[in-house]
Design a protein around this ligand. Structure first.
Ligand SMILES: Cc1cc2nc3c(=O)[nH]c(=O)nc-3n(C[C@H](O)[C@H](O)[C@H](O)COP(=O)(O)O)c2cc1C
Length: 268
């Protein structure tokens, strides 16, 4: 059976970043049959978020914008693996990638991509790679993705044309990332959540429960998934390091207490 891979392309052109994803595609296709789709965000219809909070509070279906956000979410849901690819622009992701993330910000509150593997890719002329990868990692993991690989390669030209040894290094990095992605896709099961992921679960659980009908969309979503059930350790049923669980429980207890105290103060 073939795997579905979706590329979310944050470069406005079919340049260095696109070529890097195509190289990854070649490597993957040598190993497993794959159904490949690249979404050029430049060609997608995404409008600026209006900051109305409807998606957070009531649900994404209440968004007044009529654009491709939900279509892109659906594509991610149907994929087995998603490659988030962006050039470094001004030491960060491109504005296309940032808009894509902003338009799906409700997913930070109501994570959903627990079946999917992610590969994070960036290209840069000089600097900013680690900040961009760190940021994409944060986003993808909070959205629920199992991040299988991260890769940053050098493109042209800040210091002139790329010397052959950099081209070789790039190739090595792309191959390593593609191999890790293939392994994760073939394995299918989730890797063990790290401390960050477990803390994320508990940090999300406290307001989703305590705010109740002040944030109904989150409350209902979390309740429907069983995430508010007593003793629940994580979004999905995977072994959790007991120390992470204990730390997460403490953070959640503290947050719940703070939220209750603040709600009390507001109501006085
Ligand atoms: C508007 C803009 C801003 C950029 N900012 C940075 C930067 O902050 N750091 C960096 O290393 N390269 C920067 N670059 C270079 C690109 O990241 C690099 O050339 C990248 O490979 C371009 O990808 P593309 O060919 O897919 O468009 C910038 C390029 C552009 C066009």
């Amino acid at each position: 059976m073939s795997m579905k891979v979706l590329v979310i392309m944050g470069s406005p052109r079919k340049g260095n970043t696109y070529r890097a994803t195509e190289r990854i595609r070649e490597i993957i296709e040598e190993n497993v049959p794959v159904e490949w789709e690249t979404v050029m965000l430049k060609d997608a219809h995404l409008e600026d978020c209006l900051g109305c909070y409807q998606c957070f509070e009531k649900g994404e279906e209440y968004c007044s914008l009529d654009d491709d956000a939900s279509l892109l979410e659906q594509k991610m849901k149907e994929a087995d693996g998603v490659i988030f690819a962006t050039p470094v622009y001004g030491f960060q992701v491109s504005s296309l990638m940032k808009l894509f993330i902003d338009r799906h910000s409700y997913i930070f509150h109501r994570p959903r991509f627990f079946r999917q593997k992610a590969l994070l890719l960036t290209t840069a002329g000089m600097a900013g790679t680690s900040d961009v990868l760190k940021y994409l990692d944060l986003v993808a993991r909070i959205w629920g993705f199992d991040v299988a690989a991260q890769v940053g390669i050098w493109s042209h030209a800040t210091f002139g044309p790329l010397p052959p040894y950099v081209i070789q290094e790039n190739e090595k990095k792309l191959r390593k990332a593609a191999d890790a992605f293939i392994t994760a896709l073939k394995r299918g099961t989730r890797s063990r959540p790290k401390l960050f992921d477990v803390l994320g679960f508990h940090i999300g659980r406290a307001p989703s429960d305590e705010l109740g009908e002040l944030a109904p969309a989150d409350r209902h979503y979390w309740a429907d998934q069983g995430w508010l059930d007593k003793g629940r350790r994580y979004y999905v049923d995977v072994p959790i390091n007991p120390l992470y669980h204990a730390l997460g429980g403490m953070v959640e207890w503290y947050l719940r207490r703070t939220i209750r105290r603040d709600l009390q103060a507001v109501s006085e």
